[in-house]
Design a protein around this ligand. Structure first.
Ligand code: XMP
Length: 515
């Protein structure tokens, strides 16, 4: 899509753990935000924005080299925009304006005193509680700056500078975190001060993205979309249908790596929404390719390429198909390392994994949205609650839940055990409160005893996590009785499993899927 949002907030990502939270909070206030890693920021991106926000960072301002500071100075101070620096961003701005930074740690709930009234603190009392997380702080400013708030340790909690007609603020604390009681108020005050446009609503988004796509496509153009029954591809298909109408071809490929009963469920859900998918049963093709492959990334690559080969075959048979629609969301783009500066964790085959030989124009109607925003859009478009509540399921399906050699035997174990895990959670009303729940199997064996006989079988791991966006996650504290029931059901119905374990590591340091 050619058009981009203008007039919003550009969040410059300096590596802080709360960067996306900052962006989310501004969106909740009705402003479009883009998050761009520092190294990818350029004049064009800056010009499109109304104001800049500098995030936190694991870096230390005192250790920054002169050349790095010079680069920051040119880019940020030369931007001619209002700026809000948060935590590291605050220290960086103070340093650029000649302030002093010293080692002083403040963590957690901290009281600050407002020493100078300013519109940024409208609605704040003289003393307020904020959330701090820093090892260094600004202890003095040059004559250019004005201190607005202090902490008990004499750290500058907030300051203001006027620079070439623009107002620049720094806050040492994190207004984006709920523990900063009036954090949202401060962000709202910043929006008022900058005059950023409050035109971000999900209803507007659907209209915007539909119009953008309509501008680009010709009246007879057809588009192909791969649907999986998941929220992202279903919402993408409903948006694309507004644009392409009966010229949208939705394809549902069964790669043989789906969950039990999934084919029937997906087909019936899509039909109820007015989408009649073309069903391609490619089980044999995929399973033949994967048999015996041990390396996870290799498997993802094989699956991704085979998908694309199927799409290519369909496109070659119909020259009117000019577009391919992908349900890429905002964090997908970032986590797949497509945006420079972010690291690739796993090749999510649906993002950045399209081989160069697949020559077709790509449309990504969700690429500006966070996952929960996609759900909201889905609700607006009339998707039933039950479908919106489905757990995310990876494109490469059960293949990423098999560790070590890929075999049909392990695939069947994972499929059956996952069904037990999900059904048991439903039975105990726990399914909707977790992000994902599934079973994993590897090559490790455990000696068991069946009757009086020695037995040998697989170790099966149950993974149940809580998360809000899949970028971080924690293992779910499922009651022991429920885990016990799952374990018994799995070992009694799967003779090849002798032992069941529960994965109790968060992401990071682990990831959600094992492979
Ligand atoms: P990880 O395992 O990276 O997963 O912590 C984060 C979220 O992404 C899903 N996931 C994938 N989704 N293609 C997808 O479409 C993939 O290759 C893929 N790998 C992981 C995972 O289920 C979790 O929700």
């Amino acid at each position: 899509m050619g058009g981009e949002f203008t007039g919003g907030i550009l969040v410059i990502d300096l590596g802080g753990q709360y960067t996306h939270l900052i962006s989310r909070r501004f969106r909740e206030l009705g402003v479009y935000t883009s998050v761009v890693p520092y190294k990818s920021v350029d004049r064009t991106i800056i010009l499109r924005s109304k104001a800049l926000v500098l995030s936190g960072s694991p870096l230390s301002v005192s250790e920054l080299e002169e050349v790095e500071l010079k680069k920051f100075s040119e880019l940020i101070l030369g931007s001619n925009k209002p700026i809000l620096g948060i935590c590291f961003g605050h220290q960086l701005l103070a340093k650029l304006f000649g302030g002093t930074i010293e080692k002083k740690r403040e963590f957690g709930r901290t009281e600050i005193k407002i020493v100078k009234r300013d519109p940024i603190f409208d609605g704040w009392n003289e003393f307020e509680h904020v959330w701090m997380s820093h090892n260094e702080c600004v202890t003095s400013l040059s004559s250019l700056g004005e201190v607005l708030a202090l902490t008990e340790n004499e750290c500058v909690a907030a300051f203001k500078v006027f620079h070439e007609g623009n107002v620049i603020y720094g806050v040492q604390f994190h207004p984006e975190v709920k523990h900063t009681v009036k954090g949202s108020q401060l962000l709202e005050n910043f929006l008022k001060i900058t005059g950023a446009e409050r035109n971000w609503s999900l209803g507007n988004y659907v209209e915007y993205v539909t119009k953008e796509m309509m501008k680009e496509v010709g009246t007879n153009d057809k588009a192909l979309i791969a649907v999986s029954g998941g929220v992202d591809s279903t919402v993408s298909a409903l948006i694309a249908k507004r644009v392409f109408k009966d010229k949208l071809i939705a394809v549902f490929v069964n790669h043989g790596l789906l969950r039990e009963g999934e084919v029937e469920e997906v087909l019936s859900n899509l039909r109820s929404l007015g989408i009649e998918p073309l069903y391609v049963n490619a089980e044999d093709r995929f399973l033949k390719l994967l048999e015996g492959v041990s390396d996870c990334e290799e498997r993802r690559k094989l699956i991704g390429e085979e998908f694309v080969r199927i799409f290519k075959e369909l496109i070659e048979n119909d020259p009117e198909i000019k577009y391919f629609i992908q349900g890429t969301t905002y964090p997908d783009v970032i986590e797949s390392g497509v945006v420079s500066g972010s690291r690739k964790i796993k090749t999510h085959h649906n993002v950045g994994g399209i081989p160069s030989w697949f020559k077709i124009k790509i449309l990504e109607p969700l690429k500006y949205l966070y996952k929960d925003e996609v759900r909201e859009v889905g609700k607006l478009l009339g998707i039933p609650e039950a479908l919106l509540k489905r757990h995310p399921f990876p494109g490469p399906g059960l293949a990423v839940r098999i560790v070590g050699k890929f075999t049909k035997e392990k695939l069947e174990i994972v499929r059956k055990a996952s069904k037990i895990v999900e059904d048991t959670l439903r039975e105990y009303n726990l399914h909707d409160s977790v992000w994902q729940a599934f079973a994993v199997v590897g090559d490790d064996m455990w000696v068991g005893v069946k009757g009086d006989e020695r037995d040998q079988g697989y170790i099966l791991t149950i993974r149940i996590v809580e998360s809000s966006d899949g970028m971080t996650a924690d293992w779910a504290r499922i009651p022991h009785e429920v885990l016990d029931i799952m374990s018994r059901r799995i070992t009694s119905s799967l003779s090849k499993v002798t032992t069941v374990t529960y994965a109790i590591t968060s992401k990071p340091p682990s990831t959600i899927e094992p492979c």
